[in-house]
Design a protein around this ligand. Sequence first.
Ligand SMILES: [Zn+2]
Length: 717
Amino acid sequence: MLIPYNLPPWLCMKPSSFILSTLIPRKSGPGNDIDVYLQPLVQELKLLWTGVEAFDAFSGEKFNLRAPLLWTINDFPGYAMLSGLSTKGYNACPICLDSTPSDRFGSKIWYCSYRKWLPADHPYRCQGDKFCEKFGTNEWGKAPSRPSGTDILRQQEKVKHVYGKSKAPPKKRQRGHDDDDDVQDESDFGTKRSIFFDLVYWEHNLLRHNLDVMHIEKNVSENILGTLLSMDKSRDSRNDREALEAWRIKSHLWLSTNPNGGECMPPASYSMSTEEKERFLNVLQKIKVPDGYGSNLSSCVNMKQRKLINLKSHDNHVLMQDILPVALRASKATKVIDLLARLSSFFKKLCSTTIDPDDLDGLQNEIILTLCELEKEFLPSFFTIMVHLLIHLVEEVKLGGPVQYRWMYPIERYLSHLKSHVTNKAQPEGSIAEGFLLEETIRFCSRYLQGVKTIFNIPKRMDDDIPNPNDYLFNSGGRVIGKEVSIRLDDKSLKQAHRYILLHSDEIKGDMDEFLTEKRQMNLQNPVTESDESNWIINEFGGWLQNKVHYIDATTEDGKLRKALAGGLHSYGRKLKGYIINGYKFLSTDRDSHLLTQNSGIMVEADGDAYYGKVKDIYELDYYGDYKVVLFRCDWVDIHRGVKAYPNGGVCVNFSKLMHSGRLLQDDPFVFSSQAKKVFYIEDEIQKGWLHVVKNKPRDVFDLGDSLPVEEEGGTN
Ligand SMILES: [Zn+2]
């Protein structure tokens, strides 16, 4: 599959831009023989490097179209096939190559020595007894450096690989027994010369093959969950404990005998007792996530066997990014919560859509330290090659930019879409080729269709484009979902809403100053406090302004708005069930309670504080005139009594400790829809009534900075 990268972010990784270049008709994967099938592609890439003549319809001129291959996106076995580097055995890391720190531990290989990446004088280097190194040795080694493409090419050129023979079982290399240099058919730098080196620029590319964050995250998450819940993929078995004793490390975890003569495995810091597992799984079972966030996790919980089953890659992704640390905290299920929270925050920062290059060194130091801390707690068997690869991910971000343009998610999704074309199981390739061609043809035609729904203008899942956004004050216009009913707002709510709008309108600032000066002059004999002034505003300002409405000059745009605001809110409005704005979907709590998803959580940031709440009602109100406004009426948690913050960033809230009931005139239950950010809550299993906050990011919203013109459609290029 080819992905053209000179497209804006909202088109770049979309299926409509993918080009299916190669389809290999085989029952099993081609393995190292993939190069044979890649030859036509490489030929075309060579041609594109020198350039082909193309016609630019926009300028009406011919030009030389050139394109290089930037990198490949592949899973880890795919990495080996495309790069010709080995991703198995002791030298499995395609970046550390023959310096991959690895050793045999019991029946497994462990990828060790994360202390090599620490500064030379770091105290951890001489605390051998706390880490996983055999016999608790200290670590003074240096971290391996990334080899250049030229280095790899020089080495791979020595390898003799015969294509079409990869069905024969690969020769097992024995450690410590090197073949004679001249006759070896596999160098330390891999199994073959990668065909991509035929491209003259390939050896100079800094990042040739991407380590796929999607699969790495999935594997790390499976390692953790498997070990915590002692599931099939547990990295803590009886054999591992035996191997610990053989290595003379972590003596507190060696197998021992209990009083009645049986063998027992002492619990490690991460071990969960039966009740702890149940609490943890209970939290996961009760979770309701926002619409479009991820699949329903509760269906993956098997309470009977105390296991998580059928977790997909994306489930592992949301677990690692957000839910795991919160669910562990909400169930107080293990002693390594903070450590796992650090790992989770690493993944979150790594996968964020915008990254500041200056933060990357800090992120790298963070993951090195986190891995060292993990080494203190977990057994060597936990450190599979996938865990080792974490250490290289930040460098790849430095070289290649944000992860979302370099990982397998869009590709895996598209591959499964291609599979859906298969109607004739005897000839799947034919079906895929036909299906793709048909789609490509339709896609091509639809570029030239205007005013019709095509693949290029289908609405997003969280589409909030509306035809008349300027009618709404404070950018509060969005898309209404569900039923709407006409209502008459009670007097108090009307005043609360009106006051909220006035206090946030810059156009009214002058009037407010005038009002306060007038009031102060009337109260010259009494000392005026701040609370007096806010009481005046609450009780009198609206009425005072309304009396002025006839004197306001409405010939300018500003004046028109001022006049409308002064006139006051219309008491009739619309009550909405749901609303989509800024890429978020909000539903009122009574609608939400019938659903398996959670869309009423709201967060608003004001004056450096974050306020958490739940959307109770959504109103669309209007001023006499042309201006409308959409307001959310919410229950707000008291920021002093109802919010607890954890040292590493987690927040807990309690909805029995509200800021106010909203029933008094001075209460302030409203916010503009445009201010709202979405969160969702996870119930705590131990402290009843407390909810853990998870922040939710909008989908398909791109931060383009201020200087770029926003151009939505693909156009006809
Ligand atoms: Zn490595």
